[in-house]
Design a protein around this ligand. Structure first.
Ligand code: HDE
Length: 753
């Protein structure tokens, strides 16, 4: 504090650690510690919640934010203490027998510090180890009690606090964000009838049909056990070996190789509950339901080359994006949609709704939007909240119930079970981030790290000594849907589960040309990393059951012949679905325009300052984020961008959604001869970003030899050159492409065999 106030750039008390001075502790500091202790409090910042991302007080709607205040601590103006609260005079040196002597066993301060440090790590999640989370709320758009008695949907405007964690699946805790992978989308609702965890993904189907196969799937995709390679990637032999021997993966593999697996941002992903669930209303009536989260920012993805480069340029790309959006008050939002259908309707579908490798096309059951989720507060502490949060599919509330989906049934066990080893015992529900806001009363007792001080001598039920409390609620509490079941006990799968290709074909058909090309390229990349030819061939034989162009182009990419289609697992005819536009990423362009899109202003020292300010103002008015990028640190860049200026060597073109080159003749000349500027322009071009040249900026485009026309001969309407100082129309076009995400016309279609 003192050092900050006096602006001393070095440690002014450092010298006192050495020699004779070490014998006399700093007087002032010990005295301050004693007096400050008397007023120690756990929460400051004008006594905490509600805090929103930008640190300012707002109408913060999350009761959990307030509830967590009891455990929030703030060290401002507080003395350093041990874990027992004993003030520590010297945190620099251990206690020794003489300044050059051995450290004394007696040094409880050193030992406590090292012991705690030695145990700081907990096991990472066995899957979904890498993730980022935020607090927020869910707001219901109405009273949906005729459908479900689930508390969050009870009335219009009702807000339920949530904590949401996004994740990758295969990578370890420190792996990069933009790898090709499914993304987890786990939402914990702190409802007034207990916690409800909707533990979903950003893809509506899954690789396998039965929980029995999950450990095999994960062992196949994780780094190979002999050498621990590769990190966070499915592009290796064991994954594709397993996948090609389990053709039920076919549909999911199409999503996994699509742009869905490389999202632009967590904020631009859809979320899905995947399984069929049940909704139950007050009268005990049930319908089936699929849960969908629709991002208001639209669905946007990266392109593969860009995703790979971002792994190096900013491995925290998604984590940073989520954090910064919330800090700057640009709260990410999703609408919750329900796809509701009755058991009778489900009977008529050509697929089995209990099969998690199948989705219910929106044409069969439309989406009903029921509410909105807003994430408005970053965690205070990554470990305590994001790492310790325990999502469990078993956490459901009255009004929601499971279906018999055999994958979901296994999950009901797995999530609670895994927390016991990951979080060290059965009391993980007492960790502040996991504790419900609904009161907890039962006869469960004790266990490691128990927090609750349960009073009284009764810890059993039924009892008379405790007046029969806590008492069962009967109708008012959770009751499972009383489904009638008359069946033989057996292992096996229902008949319709044997169709592995109808929906893989549906997905392929529903993609735009560019999306299809990306799928082909992704298969070529993935299988190009497979060293066993028989595995490559087996995968292509699966693709031959999906689409001839797909199989042929992937075979061509791998330099192999198209094999015979893989034999089917069923003799029944494969259902034929019409394309479903909602399965393309183009379907949800978003409602937030260029909000939070990031634009690089590649600036020469002699740029037309007035023109640039005008352009920046227009972009900022529409919510874009801008950053000046120069060849070298130049005091000349005075334009008012959103982020502090940077230099080409400290940033990367893949971190921006578009570029504006602004320079006079000399500046343009200098940029046009700078290899980093040339690479910047070429990569922005290659990744389909909008590019606008102001003043001499066009010289850079020319020097980078950006093609004037698209591969199909069409005009490239996202390379824009202001020739006469007029920027309005060009800027409008620039912003149109920016809102869209990118143009795909610059890519070449893969060849077919
Ligand atoms: Fe998970 N999954 N999973 N999963 N899953 C875990 O739980 C599991 C599945 C999903 O941010 C683990 O706490 C089994 C489908 C997400 O903390 C573990 C099966 C879907 C997260 C586990 C599945 C998911 C997990 C690891 C097949 C989409 C991260 C750590 C039967 C609907 C949650 C943990 C977070 C995490 C088991 C399949 C989503 C081991 C056995 C399908 C988003 O319990």
């Amino acid at each position: 504090q003192e050092q900050l106030a006096r602006n001393i750039p070095w440690n002014a008390t450092k010298k006192a650690e050495y020699g004779a001075q070490a014998r006399t502790p700093h007087q002032g500091e010990t005295a301050r510690a004693a007096s400050a202790l008397a007023h120690a409090s756990t929460v400051t910042e004008a006594t905490a919640s509600p805090k929103t991302g930008d640190g300012k007080v707002s109408s913060g709607a999350s009761p959990i934010a307030g509830a967590l205040d009891r455990v929030r601590t703030d060290d401002t103006d507080q003395p350093l203490t041990t874990n027992q609260g004993t003030p520590v005079a010297d945190n620099q040196s251990s206690l020794k027998a003489g300044l050059r002597g051995p450290t004394l066993m007696e040094d409880f301060i050193l030992r406590e510090k090292l012991t705690h440090f030695d145990h700081e790590r907990i096991p990472e999640r066995v899957v979904h180890a890498r993730g980022s989370a935020a607090h927020g709320y869910f707001e219901s758009y109405g009273d949906f009690s005729s459908l479900t008695r689930a508390a969050p949907l009870a009335s219009a405007g009702k807000r339920t606090p949530v904590f949401v964690r996004f994740s990758t699946v295969a990578g370890e805790r420190g792996s990069a964000d933009t790898v090709r992978d499914v993304r987890g989308f786990a939402v914990k609702f702190y409802t007034d009838e207990g916690n409800w965890d909707l533990v979903g993904n950003n893809i509506p189907v899954f690789f396998i049909q039965d929980a029995m196969k999950f450990p095999d799937l994960i062992h196949a995709v994780k780094p190979e056990p002999n050498n621990g390679i590769p990190q966070a990637a499915s592009a290796h032999d064991t994954f594709w070996d397993f996948a090609s021997l389990s053709p039920e993966t076919a549909h999911m593999l199409m999503w996994h190789t699509s742009d869905r697996a490389i999202p632009r941002s967590y904020r631009t992903m859809q979320g899905f509950g995947v399984h069929t669930f049940r909704l139950i209303n007050q009268d005990g009536e049930a319908v089936f339901c699929k849960f969908h989260w629709q991002p208001l920012a639209g669905t946007h993805s990266l392109v593969w080359d860009e995703a790979l480069r971002i792994c190096g340029a900013d491995p925290d790309y998604h984590r940073r994006d989520l954090w910064e959006a919330i800090e700057s008050g640009e709260y990410p939002e999703w609408e919750l949609a329900l796809q509701v259908f009755t058991a009778e309707e489900a009977e008529q579908f050509e697929f089995d709704v209990l099969d998690p490798t199948k989705l219910v096309p929106e044409e069969l059951a439309p989406l009903q939007i029921v509410g909105k989720m807003v994430l408005d507060r970053n965690p205070d502490n990554f470990f305590a909240e994001t790492e310790q949060v325990a999502f469990c599919t078993a956490h459901i509330i009255p009004g929601i119930d499971f279906s018999n989906d055999p994958l979901l049934q296994g999950r009901i066990h797995s999530y609670v079970d895994t927390q016991i080893s990951r979080l060290g015992g059965a009391n993980f529900h007492e960790l502040p981030i996991n504790a419900p806001i609904a009161p907890v009363h039962n006869n469960q007792r004790d266990g490691i790290h128990r927090q609750a001080l349960n009073r009284g001598r009764v810890a059993y039920e039924p009892n008379s000594l405790g007046g029969g409390c806590p008492f069962q609620t009967g109708q008012a509490g959770f009751a499972s849907f009383p489904e009638a079941i008359h069946a033989d006990k057996m292992r096996g799968k229902p008949e319709k589960f044997a169709d592995h290709y109808s929906q893989a074909r549906l997905f392929w058909r529903s993609q735009t040309d560019a999306e299809q090309n990306h799928i082909i390229n992704a298969f070529c990349f993935e299988l190009g990393h497979v060293q066993t030819p028989a595995i490559q061939t087996r995968v292509v034989s699966m693709l031959a059951n999906i689409n001839p162009r797909l199989a042929s182009a992937v075979a061509q990419g791998l330099g192999i012949a198209v094999p015979e289609p893989m034999p089917l697992a069923t003799d029944a005819p494969i259902p034929d679905f019409a394309p479903s536009p909602a399965l393309s990423l183009r379907h949800l362009p978003g409602k937030t325009g260029i909000h939070t899109r990031k634009v690089a202003i590649l600036q020469g020292e002699d740029a037309d300052h007035q023109q640039l300010e005008q352009v920046l103002k227009t972009l900022h008015d529409k919510g874009a984020v801008t950053q000046i990028v120069t060849s070298r640190a130049s005091p000349g860049s005075k334009a008012h961008a959103t982020l502090p200026a940077t230099v080409l060597s400290a940033t990367s073109p893949v971190l921006y959604d578009g570029v504006i080159v602004a320079a006079g003749d000399a500046g343009a000349n200098q940029l046009a001869t700078d290899p980093l500027a040339l690479e910047f322009a070429r990569l922005q071009y290659r990744h389909g970003k909008p590019m606008l040249a102001l003043g001499g900026g066009k010289d850079l485009f020319q020097a980078a030899q950006l093609p004037a026309t698209l591969p199909d001969g069409g005009h490239d309407n996202a390379i824009l050159v202001a020739t006469n100082g007029q920027t309005d129309d060009l800027l409008t076009q620039f912003m149109r492409v920016l809102a869209m995400g990118r143009i795909t016309g610059r890519e070449r279609a893969p060849e077919t065999a």
